[in-house]
Write a protein that binds this ligand. Structure first.
Ligand SMILES: [Mn+2]
Length: 335
């Protein structure tokens, strides 16, 4: 991070700090935000986390979630908090549209803005940027940031737990995006007292029966294998949403499950939402679903994990996706 000393100075006296993370927050959004929040609280800053929309239920045990301000629920209060801030942190996103109206509200304020993120192509709106697209997660970068500030004595247990959640989430429990550095950081977090087994249980062995039945339905009735293109596709219709009472977070993990099929290089989950169609994509190796998300739909993310929106309805979206695959036939047919 350039001008790190300037930021160090700013943080040397108690400040009103607002931390933003992205809409539909995942384990890394929450993990990095809560991890940083507890680190700053230990130094007597006053800290508020603002998220545009609600976090999924499976994360509701994390220390400090009850104090998170959800913009969708209390926009007026969120606005007041934003107007009082001395410093803004933007975690796990790098384009302002990921925080909806909060982006405009923040940009109206002159207070310094810090971006810490691992997504490709950061927008240039911040005064301080720690961006590393090779990092497993933003939580990994919060760990780095704490050490860059030379303040590891404030890496309190609640921070260690939160950063562990973020790393586990964005590496699919150490299945991808790993590096020797990730394992070293994780070891340090365990040395700081993280109970890894109990957190993994809370994250993974925590499904409602309904959620398993949704997965069963999707794999049994909605899975299509496009063998020629090493691609697995699951489509969830509006009717499925109604019949199985599918809520936010219930479809989490389905697309990763498709990657477990042998010889599959690309997995996509296409869901029919009330007003848009959403695509969640994964890939192995050099094949970039990020390119598909940005070139052909409205979206982005990482080379091997991206999300996108489509506005042409479910059937046309599925057709469009399938028609794109021949463009990548050469890459997808390689072994
Ligand atoms: Mn992330």
């Amino acid at each position: 991070m350039e001008n790190l000393n300037q930021l160090k100075n700013l943080l040397s006296t108690p400040k009103d700090i607002v931390i933003f993370s992205h809409r539909n927050p995942d384990g890394d959004a929450l993990g990095s935000s809560l991890g940083l929040a507890h680190f700053l609280l230990a130094q007597h800053h006053s800290v508020k986390i603002i998220l545009p929309s609600e976090y999924p239920n499976y994360l509701n045990w994390m220390v400090g979630v009850e104090d998170i301000v959800i913009y969708d629920l209390i926009p007026e209060h969120a606005k007041l908090v934003i107007e009082k801030a001395d410093i803004f942190f933007c975690l796990d996103f790098n384009s302002l549209d990921r925080i909806d109206k909060c982006g405009d509200l923040m940009m109206k304020q002159s207070a310094p803005k810090v971006v810490i993120d691992h997504h490709l192509f950061p927008e240039n709106f911040a005064d301080f940027i720690l961006s590393d697209t090779t990092a497993s997660s933003t939580s990994e970068l919060i760990f780095d940031f704490i050490h860059l500030l030379d303040q590891s004595k404030y890496l309190v247990p609640a921070t260690a737990d939160a950063l562990y959640v973020g790393i586990v989430s964005d590496t699919g429990s150490f299945l991808y995006n790993t590096s020797s550095k990730v394992f070293r950081i994780t070891a340090t977090l365990l040395d700081r007292g993280v109970d890894d087994v109990s957190i993994q249980n809370r994250l993974h062995n925590n499904l409602e029966i309904k959620q398993l039945k949704i997965i069963g339905h999707c794999l049994n009735k909605r899975l299509e294998i496009l063998e020629e293109y090493a691609t697995a596709l699951v489509t969830i219709t509006k009717e499925d949403y109604a019949e199985f009472d599918i809520q936010r977070g219930d479809t989490e993990g389905i697309v990763n499950m498709l990657m477990r099929i042998q010889n599959i290089k690309v997995a996509v989950l296409i869901t029919e939402q009330p007003t848009i169609v959403k695509l969640s994509m994964r890939s192995k190796g050099d094949f970039s679903v990020q390119e598909i998300a940005t070139k052909h739909f409205k979206g982005g993310g990482h080379k091997n994990a991206s999300g996108a929106a489509s506005f042409i309805g479910l059937k046309s979206t599925v057709r469009k996706f399938k028609e794109l695959l021949p463009l990548y036939a050469e890459q997808l047919s390689q072994n």
